[in-house]
Design a protein around this ligand. Structure first.
Ligand code: SAM
Ligand code: SF4
Length: 436
């Protein structure tokens, strides 16, 4: 029996899909890349913007025919849109076998129990091989939910309040992923750096995860500026496994809008975090999320977002058009005209892309450590994708000279063959010292 999964939305959803996948595999199902072979089709939905929800719902609509084509086929819908609109989904798509909201993902194993009407014997189960992902880069969820109340955001209502996993559980999940082959771990949470468990804080967790055998790289998503303390920044710089890359959503460059969004920081505070970060990690990349067209955003507010981009010179960024989400405080405010939002979106994209292209061009000629994820495609510690010329197997970390910078990716050639991870870092430290 095989299952196929389609995931919409953020890394958190990818991590949830992986977790649900592990439950299904533990029940003896095998993952397939081909929906025609599958008996279970799982759609893990996103509701953060209307567009993401619409795409998932139209896919679900098409699954009625998929289901009719094979006896016993099951359709499962999970995630944030499932949490928000469970009843609507069940009414509109009566062929669904199971709807599991984002708040219940941790219970998925139990909830999905009744879904599989296979009559396994104990002997059958003996043949079930433990699930192995063979993924070099794995996600580890460290907390669920969010205690913030950003006025545009649906996440707190569909994922609930913050719940932290214990340090022990996080380390055990990390060890499990490392044993499956993961060398890069991304710690996940909606405000990941607000993590606390007993006396442990996020910085302590970074150090603890770095100690896990075979973990060579650590990333995290998404930190909130409010919790981006000096201690977290200094720990990032001090722990060699933590990659030189920070994704720190800013949302707007206007203090008026930041206040209306209830983000709990000002533009000046955000900039001073970046200054500190760049002081201690000068070679790191910095990326962000920005929302344009929040209700009441004036031309002046919007210009302030543009000047923030110029001032900060992000290495890349995600620019979202504001999408009203039912039940959020901002949804009751009057929306800006769609053409204006569209215009601002284009202008903001063009500016962020200009800096992104400049930054990528500057990478040409530099030497980078690239962890190869798939045949000839890898990632630098600074989180650029690189196409590598030459033969190299997934799992290796190689020293690559960047030869060209395309729109979204870099190309490079292997310079010195493979280098042991540890030696690498030593080399990097002296390279930094030489540059400095
Ligand atoms: N927890 C993260 C944080 O606070 O930065 C972000 C989580 S959210 C899933 C990812 C991004 O979606 C946000 O950073 C924001 O830019 C964007 N987003 C969230 N709600 C949105 C909305 N209603 N309209 C447009 N973009 C939105
Ligand atoms: Fe949403 Fe704000 Fe929580 Fe991020 S911090 S998930 S944007 S409410």
């Amino acid at each position: 029996m095989k299952f196929y999964m389609r995931t919409y939305g953020c890394q958190m959803n990818v991590a949830d899909s992986n977790e649900m996948g592990r439950h299904l595999k533990a029940k003896g199902l095998v993952e397939t890349e081909n929906p025609d072979e599958a008996s279970v089709f799982l759609v893990n939905t996103c509701t953060v913007r209307q567009h993401a929800e619409d795409r998932a719902f139209s896919e679900i609509g098409r699954l009625r025919r998929w289901k009719a084509r094979g006896p016993g086929r099951k359709v499962v819908v999970t995630g944030c849109a499932a949490e928000r609109t469970k009843e609507y989904l069940e009414d509109r798509f009566p062929f669904l076998d199971l709807v599991v909201g984002a708040k219940s993902i941790e219970d998925f194993g139990r909830i999905a129990e009744g879904l599989l009407d296979r009559r396994e014997t104990d002997e059958d189960l003996d043949y079930v091989v433990p699930a192995v992902d063979h993924k070099l880069a794995a996600f580890v969820t460290i907390m669920r939910g969010c205690n913030y109340s950003c006025t545009y955001c649906i996440v707190p209502s569909v994922r609930g309040r913050e719940i932290y996993h214990s340090v022990e559980q996080i380390l055990s999940d990390t060890r499990a992923r490392a044993a499956e082959g993961a060398r890069e771990i991304t710690l996940l949470g909606q405000t990941v750096n607000s993590y606390r468990y007993g006396t442990a804080r996020f910085a302590d967790l970074l150090k603890a995860v770095a100690e896990v055998e075979d973990v060579k790289r650590i990333r995290f998503m998404s930190p909130h500026p409010y919790y981006m303390s000096d201690r977290v920044i200094e720990t990032m710089a001090a722990v060699p496994e933590v990659c030189e890359s920070l994704h720190l959503p800013v949302q707007s460059g206007s203090n008026t809008i930041l206040k209306q969004m209830m983000r709990n920081y000002t533009r000046e505070q955000y900039v001073s975090i970046i200054e500190k970060f760049r002081e201690v990690m000068p070679d790191a990349t910095l990326s962000t999320d920005i929302i344009v067209g929040f209700p009441g955003e004036t031309d002046r507010d919007f210009r302030e977002t543009l000047t923030l981009i110029e001032q900060t010179q992000f290495d890349w960024g995600f620019i979202f058009k504001y999408s009203p989400r039912e039940g959020t405080p901002a949804a009751s405010l009057e929306s800006l005209p769609q053409e204006l939002v569209e215009e601002r979106h284009q202008e903001c994209l063009a500016l962020i892309d200009r800096f992104a292209q400049e930054k990528r061009s500057k990478m040409v000629g530099t030497m980078q450590d690239v962890l190869v994820e798939a045949d000839n495609i890898g990632r630098t510690r600074t989180n650029y994708r690189v196409y590598i010329t030459g033969t190299v197997a997934p799992g290796e970390e190689v020293r690559v000279r960047i030869t060209s910078a395309q729109r979204a990716t870099l190309e490079g050639v292997i310079e010195d063959g493979n280098i042991d991870f540890e030696n690498f870092r030593e080399e990097d430290k002296s390279a930094c010292a030489n540059r400095g």
